[in-house]
Design a protein around this ligand. Structure first.
Ligand SMILES: N[C@@H](CCC(=O)N[C@@H](CS)C(=O)NCC(=O)O)C(=O)O
Length: 231
């Protein structure tokens, strides 16, 4: 889908793609991490979920973030789509797995993550949003999945999913593991079942590139001075 607008306050202001994003959203986080890793600069527009800009709704009626609006008007409104677009612009060394079986494993994990893990995570983190929801069985669903990543990380020892540097699948998955931890940090940090996974997450949270992917921005409104990401 290609969207062209004529209103100059909405138009691309910096000659760069526009990214609608929300700082705390794990989907938006994975998109920003990929843009950063690929060296792709964008014009960033921070949103508030309860008060989304009309322009965001116009270019993507489902109105979730992230949304990347390219210079030619193309709209990419799935986080993995934004990640893959970023990788296509500039393929960072070591960013993607090197063997087909690793890629297939990574893709299986993404299916698990965006499906059962995220569904259980929402019920664990926000049980009040669901009827008669006991969060603990949902926490266990997540733990079972986390244990598989813990076992994989322990076996391959590089510190990241496919080697000794973070890559595409680390950045796609870790924002959600971080969100799982935030639901009960004390419980997560004292849980003894997945020590290697805990180290993996803490390495991620402490990284300066993670910090760089988390700029604190005021919500955008039409006519604001354009902001570049990375800054
Ligand atoms: N499948 C989408 C999901 C994105 C998504 O659900 N983002 C949330 C924020 S974390 C959102 O925008 N929700 C809309 C809302 O809460 O109104 C993707 O991968 O980009």
């Amino acid at each position: 889908m290609r969207i062209v607008v004529t209103d100059p306050t909405l138009q691309h202001q910096l000659g760069l793609p526009v990214l609608y994003t929300f700082r705390r959203c794990p989907y938006a986080m994975r998109a920003r991490l990929a843009l950063l890793a690929s060296g792709c600069a964008v014009e960033v527009r921070e949103i508030v979920l309860r008060d989304k800009p009309t322009h965001l709704r116009e270019i993507s009626p489902k109105a979730t973030v992230p949304v990347l609006w390219l210079i030619d008007g193309t709209v990419i409104d799935q986080s993995l789509g934004v990640m893959r677009w970023a990788v296509d612009q500039h393929w960072p060394a070591g960013w993607l797995p090197t063997t087909p079986s690793q890629t297939s494993q990574g893709e299986d994990w993404l299916t698990l993550l965006d499906g059962p893990f995220k569904q259980a995570l929402d019920r664990y983190k926000y049980p009040n949003r669901y009827e008669n929801c006991d969060p603990l069985p949902h926490r266990q669903v997540c733990v079972d999945i986390l244990n598989t990543w813990n076992a994989h990380l322990a076996e391959q020892r590089g510190g990241w999913l496919f080697g000794d540097q973070p890559g595409f699948y680390d950045c796609a998955i870790l924002p959600f593991v971080r969100q799982f931890r935030i639901a009960d940090e004390t419980w997560f940090d004292s849980h003894t079942e997945f020590p290697v996974l805990q180290q993996w997450l803490h390495r991620f949270i402490a990284a300066d590139w993670f910090e760089a992917a988390m700029p604190k921005l005021a919500p955008w409104k039409p006519g604001d001075a354009p902001l570049r990401f990375p800054a």
